[in-house]
Design a protein around this ligand. Structure first.
Ligand SMILES: [Zn+2]
Ligand SMILES: [Zn+2]
Length: 401
């Protein structure tokens, strides 16, 4: 039975100690229990494409204001642990906009141009390096925002690569240690990713709608795992965009009692359809006062700054407020808002790769995917504008097939 809810049909979800032990022992993901047997997933074996390197078609912008246009970018030759993915779908995360439009300042890195963003990738494996054990050509694979880490620090060996103390590598706009320069993301025909940073996609998933799970999904799932969101707990989701709507679905899947806080009246009906008990339209902090001391867990997916104090005030004793939208600084944290009910404020980043695989399997068993609008690459600029105007239900996915 699931440890998070009373549904006896749910298997236990938290990370299996057996698998963690296998990973800690250095056996690697290939030897871990969930990955030990390759299911018969390959539907058709693609024509051989060699071992590269390749030059592939991509879509990027040459200046922060510039439009997206077709480009040609390099992809490295396969190393023994690499997987070549022919990208089918890549969703648009708000971080793609922040970087492509150079909206972030320090401590975030400056944008290199041309910029090819995109980090919610689903595609078909076209070739694998000689040491790859979890994939065969023809399999469906996913890749997210993180494509490398040191692999040796305490956090990496504990399956927490997203907190690598030496710094992980983002899949675009990060220094490319193999080709020099900087790397390019998923708005492209192909990508080469180390096997350790790819996940297997369960059979039967809607692949376009599964793409947003690779960043938006795992980013909201990981804190719910870490803070053990359970059946019957009151969970508040602040902001119902790409991350927020998945947070609602995931909290509902854990049988939590979910309330959505949105600034868009048109999203109320959607929130309830996704299983939220209540959806509150708010624009001023006073609207939150009615919920003082009510929630066990609050998650903010809002990519801009909102005052913290009115939100922490909604937590009950020992409640946690987690911020997953990137922002600097976190404003209006007040001591009295914390010590009055021993509340805590935290922030969380993506998920480790073992956890990402657990999460994708969790979604596969429950048929959880994103609500999406499928677009063509020449619609990326327009999609960026619509996301900024909160005019998307709920994630754009670029069709690269
Ligand atoms: Zn993202
Ligand atoms: Zn590390």
């Amino acid at each position: 039975m699931c440890g998070n809810c009373s549904d006896k049909h749910h298997p236990d979800e938290p990370a299996s100690p057996g698998r963690r032990k296998a990973l800690l022992a250095g056996a690697g993901i290939a030897a871990a229990s969930s990955f030990a047997v390759l299911p018969a997933q390959a539907q058709d074996t693609p024509a051989p494409v060699g071992n590269g390197p390749w030059r592939v078609r991509a879509f990027g912008n040459r200046t922060a204001e510039g439009p997206f246009e077709p480009l040609e970018i390099p992809r490295r030759a396969l190393r023994p642990n690499d997987v070549l993915i022919d990208i089918m779908y890549c969703a648009i995360c708000h971080s793609d906009i922040h970087i492509a439009r150079q909206e972030w300042g320090a401590p975030y890195p400056a944008t290199n141009f041309p910029c090819v963003p995109g980090h919610e990738i689903i595609g078909r494996v076209a070739a694998v390096g000689s040491a790859v054990t979890r994939f065969r050509p023809g399999d469906i694979a996913g890749a997210g925002a993180m494509i490398d880490s040191c692999g040796e620090c305490e956090n990496c060996v504990n399956d927490l690569e997203q907190y690598c103390v030496k710094g992980w590598t983002l899949n675009f706009n990060s220094p490319d240690k193999h080709l020099g320069g900087y790397n390019y993301g998923g708005f492209s025909q192909r990508v080469v990713v180390p096997e350790r940073f790819t996940v297997r996609i369960p059979p039967g998933m809607n692949l376009a709608a599964a793409a947003p799970l690779m960043c938006a999904g795992i980013t909201t799932f990981s804190p719910m795992q870490h803070w053990s969101v359970k059946a019957g707990q009151r969970v508040g989701v602040i902001g119902m965009g790409g991350l927020g709507h998945l947070a609602v679905k995931l909290a509902v899947a854990r049988k939590a009692d979910v309330t959505v806080f949105t600034t868009t009246p048109g999203k109320v009906a959607d929130a309830k359809k996704m299983g939220a008990r209540e959806a509150v339209v708010w624009s001023k902090p006073e609207a939150l006062q009615a919920y003082a001391n009510s929630f066990d867990f609050l998650i903010s997916t809002v990519p801009t700054n909102v005052p913290t104090h009115p939100i922490t005030n909604m937590l009950r004793l020992d409640g946690t407020y987690v911020i997953v939208g990137a922002r600097e600084p976190i404003e209006d944290v007040r001591g009295s808002g914390l010590w009055l009910q021993r509340r805590q404020v935290s922030a969380s980043l993506m998920g480790g790769m073992a956890e990402t695989q657990e999460f994708i399997d969790f979604c596969g068993r429950r048929n959880i995917v994103a609500d999406i609008e499928l677009i063509k690459p020449d619609q990326i600029d327009r999609a960026f504008e619509r996301i900024k105007a909160k005019d998307v239900r709920y994630r754009f996915v670029v069709d690269l097939t």
